[in-house]
Design a protein around this ligand. Structure first.
Ligand SMILES: *[C@@H]1O[C@H](CO)[C@@H](O)[C@H](O)[C@H]1NC(C)=O
Ligand SMILES: *[C@@H]1O[C@H](CO)[C@@H](O)[C@H](O)[C@H]1NC(C)=O
Ligand SMILES: *[C@@H]1O[C@H](CO)[C@@H](O)[C@H](O)[C@H]1NC(C)=O
Ligand SMILES: *[C@@H]1O[C@H](CO)[C@@H](O)[C@H](O)[C@H]1NC(C)=O
Length: 196
């Protein structure tokens, strides 16, 4: 009886130790993956935002540069979706001049184009295979650059009609667009470092 009890105790202890080891290993690999993201983000235009936005996906990205770029693009797409719907909702409020309304409508169109372009880039990323890798890479960069241009086009509308737009509205849209443009710019920086 005593010996089978001891056997069980030893068994439990072994199971406990191996579970503990697995937990420690998982923690240290998550740390390795997070460090990878910090390093990769260091070469982007906005390193802190890059690290902050990608760090939660460290264990999914697993130090893989392609997964890193896919995650960066997905984050930019989600944020641009949010920006687009935020501006659409804003448009439903009353009290804008017709000039302001037309700029806001343009911004909704710009951000929708931006979403399409980022999606095209993500799609090209998924087809990075075989012989046309290099042209797919070029396509990816072209689509993300186009998205960035569209984000900036929204802000250009405000600069063109400065005296006809309230400063509060301009600042509000500027905050929204700046956020998505920085995320998009970071995705482009990361894509630019991809090598095959
Ligand atoms: C980031 O870059 C700076 C200087 O460019 C360097 O001092 C720092 O060690 C880098 N950090 C990481 C995590 O690579
Ligand atoms: C990167 O983000 C993680 C998690 O938010 C944070 O712990 C770490 O200090 C950040 N690194 C840098 C270099 O900002
Ligand atoms: C490779 O990419 C081409 C062109 O983008 C695509 O048509 C094809 O389905 C892809 N093949 C695989 C195996 O993913
Ligand atoms: C969506 O956009 C609003 C307004 O810019 C912002 O406050 C909010 O944090 C955003 N949410 C997400 C999930 O990005």
């Amino acid at each position: 009886m005593a010996s089978s009890y001891e056997f069980l105790m030893i068994l439990f202890t072994l199971v406990f130790i191996s579970t503990l080891q697995a937990a420690i290993a998982a923690t240290s690999s998550t740390q390795t993956y997070k460090t990878y993201i910090e390093k990769a983000c260091n070469s982007t235009t906005y390193p802190e935002l890059c690290n902050f936005s990608l760090s939660p996906y460290a264990s999914k990205i697993k130090g893989n540069p392609q997964k890193l770029c896919k995650a960066a693009l997905s984050i930019a797409i989600k944020a641009t979706h949010n920006a687009s719907s935020t501006i659409s909702k804003l448009l439903k409020q009353k009290g804008f001049t017709s000039f302001e309304t037309s700029i806001l409508k343009d911004c909704v169109a710009n951000t929708k184009d931006s979403i399409d372009e980022l999606k095209q880039s993500l799609d090209a990323m998924r087809h990075l295979n075989g012989s046309d890798k290099e042209s797919q890479m070029e396509n990816m960069k072209t689509w993300v650059s186009a998205a960035l241009t569209d984000d900036n086009t929204c802000m250009d509308g405000f600069d063109d009609g400065q005296d006809q737009v309230s400063g509060t509205l301009k600042n509000r849209i500027n905050d929204i667009i700046l956020k998505i443009a920085t995320l998009t710019s970071n995705a482009l920086s990361l894509i630019n470092t991809l090598k095959f």
